[in-house]
Design a protein. Structure first.
Length: 578
């Protein structure tokens, strides 16, 4: 499916971390609307957008698209973006989520300045506007239960039925609503509903609920309120109060737009424009906060920031960069129709970014001891290694070399198959940055028969990877000096779900990858990683990209999370399509 491309944002980015992709602006339908409005001076030259998350969970990669869109468009026209928490449901909200959302938006590269708001800031105004609707005969107190309201609402084919309480006198409605506010009635006993049209073809206009009773403390207002507004009502009134110009929502709110307009028209207040765009759907990725919360509560993952989670906190801990996510959001574009994006594109954006910035280091994940018999005992050499060949300013580092080193267990085969260019009995290979070595014999475990040690000889003339006779060696191995190696733990993460559509079938849990995490506890890494700090990213030569875990890593014993492979599956897909 062909979609429009979104425009890269150029403002509100951290000065220390410039965007990885700089291309000319590409138009999309939302950008065109904003430009047309500016040309006609529709909003007096203003562009004011908002990002309105519910503080009932952590932000995920789908929210990143909305964040980039709202902040990016406003910044492009010297406008402002409000961060407004839609905190109208105290039973599901928490300060933890509020702080996590602010942290994630800042990490992604955006800043709301002094434009931080909460729907709860306007609870008094919401109440006054509701009283206005009652006085105008546009709202009434209903005694029907939630199930009865649902039954009366009808279906897409059948019109709804009016509540027996729909035509209560205005004075009675006012009295009941004030008593609801005073806490006289139990939860679920009464609601305030808008009086619109029970026969409307749009089910959202069939007398929607405006207020419900909830005797629960709110994390911002405490016990001040026991009635709370519904989202559709609070959303549009908040937009009006803050004088938003372009209320950008995901496509599922398109059918709610007539209700958005109805509330503001009936109240006779400032009226922003609601615009809908297609939300992000990603293969192998669950986008429901409710289901992600279930994974956390059921212990399937270690928390909201588990590196397998699609949350921004999880992606950050996994090793994703804000630049790569912004690049991804730019590439997928802004469309009016739903589509599914391959997770391979997200990984491609990260791989491109890390290729430019991540130092190359040597790490042995499944170590096998290798002894160079003719190398002088007690001797240590140092070799120069380029930190990142893609970064001219990246510099070099010293790598120590000694008589005993570790290589990958998979890099040795006692009976190698055809085409095996690594180490085997009698075979010569190159040690990266160091010498050529030839396998002479091996040592095995008496009980298991497993190879525990490989003995080699080295060619002193091959220092640095070359020889006077110019012989060609096909196999090159990475290694670490046993004397200088740092012990490390490495966590190999896979996709959390085994199916492209995690919600396929009756229960999404059935689609979980059986072994999405493998932990290696006996890894050896080069000594330059002794001072690796949380969040530092590296390319382990011949392996993948890894990130120092921000939760469990300790000085002297780092923990590394596998971030993304070196193999670019997205580029392969693109090549095959061409």
């Amino acid at each position: 499916m062909k979609t429009d491309k979104s425009e890269p944002e150029r403002k509100n980015l951290p000065a220390s971390e410039p965007a990885s992709v700089e291309t000319a602006p590409v138009s999309n339908f939302i950008r065109d609307i904003v430009k047309d409005d500016l040309a006609t001076n529709k909003w007096d030259g203003r562009v004011v957008t908002r990002f309105p998350p519910e503080p009932n969970g952590y932000l995920h990669i789908g929210h990143a698209k909305s964040i980039c869109l709202n902040f990016g468009i406003a910044a492009e026209h010297n406008g402002t973006t409000h961060l407004r928490f839609d905190d109208t449901n105290p039973s599901k909200e928490d300060v933890e989520y509020t702080e996590a959302i602010k942290r994630d938006v800042r990490w992604l590269g955006f800043d709301w300045g002094d434009k931080l708001f909460h729907a709860s800031d306007y609870f008094g105004k919401f109440y006054d506007f509701a009283v206005q609707l009652i006085n105008d005969g546009k709202a009434y107190v209903d005694d029907l239960s939630a199930d009865e309201i649902r039954e009366h609402r009808g279906t897409l084919k059948d019109p709804g039925r009016e509540s027996p309480h729909r035509n209560r006198p205005i004075a009675e409605n006012l009295d009941l609503f004030h008593r609801m506010r005073a806490g006289e009635f139990p939860d679920g006993s009464r609601v305030l509903r808008a009086k619109i049209d029970m026969s409307s073809g749009n089910v959202n206009l069939r007398d929607p609920v405006i207020y419900r009773i909830k005797h629960e403390a709110h994390h911002m207002t405490g016990d001040q309120w026991c009635i709370y507004p519904m989202y559709d009502y609070a959303h549009c009134v908040s937009d009006s109060i803050e004088r938003i110009t372009h209320s950008i929502c995901t496509l599922e709110f398109e059918d709610h737009r007539p209700l958005y307009d109805w509330y503001l028209d009936q109240l006779g207040v400032y009226h922003p424009q609601q615009i809908e765009f297609a939300r992000l759907n990603l293969t192998y990725t669950l986008m429901s906060k409710r289901k992600l919360l279930a994974l956390v509560e059921e212990g399937v993952v270690s928390g909201w920031d588990d590196p397998r989670m699609p949350t921004l906190a999880g992606l950050r801990r996994r090793g994703y960069t804000p630049e790569s996510i912004r690049d991804f959001c730019e590439r997928i574009g802004v469309a009016k129709r739903d589509s599914v994006v391959s997770v391979a594109l997200l990984e491609h954006c990260l791989r491109e970014d890390l290729n430019k910035r991540a130092p190359r280091v040597m790490a042995v994940l499944r170590p096998l001891r290798l002894v160079i018999d003719n190398y002088p005992e007690g001797q240590t050499e140092e070799f120069d290694a380029v930190n990142n060949p893609e970064d001219p300013s990246g510099g070099t580092r010293k790598i120590p070399f000694s008589r005993v080193i570790y290589i990958e267990r998979d890099d040795f085969n006692e009976t190698p198959p055809k085409g095996f260019f690594r180490l085997a009995p009698g075979k010569e290979v190159r040690l990266k940055h160091a010498y050529y070595v030839t396998c002479q014999n091996i040592v095995k475990d008496d009980k298991t028969g497993e190879v525990t040690e490989v003995h080699c000889t080295y060619d002193p003339e091959s220092r640095g990877g070359g020889t006077p006779d110019g012989r060609v060696i096909k196999g090159t191995l990475h290694w670490v000096s046993a004397e200088h190696a740092i012990d490390a733990e490495v966590r190999l993460y896979d996709h959390l779900f085994a199916k492209e559509d995690p919600e396929e079938g009756e229960d999404f849990r059935q689609n979980l990858t059986p072994n999405s995490l493998e932990t290696l506890t006996d890894c050896k890494v080069e000594p330059s990683l002794a001072k690796a700090a949380a969040g530092d990213r590296y390319q382990f030569l011949r392996h993948r990209y890894f990130c120092v875990d921000s939760g469990d890593s300790k000085p002297g014993h780092p923990v590394f999370n596998r971030t993304v492979s070196l193999r670019d599956t997205w580029a392969k897909v693109q090549k095959s399509q061409k």
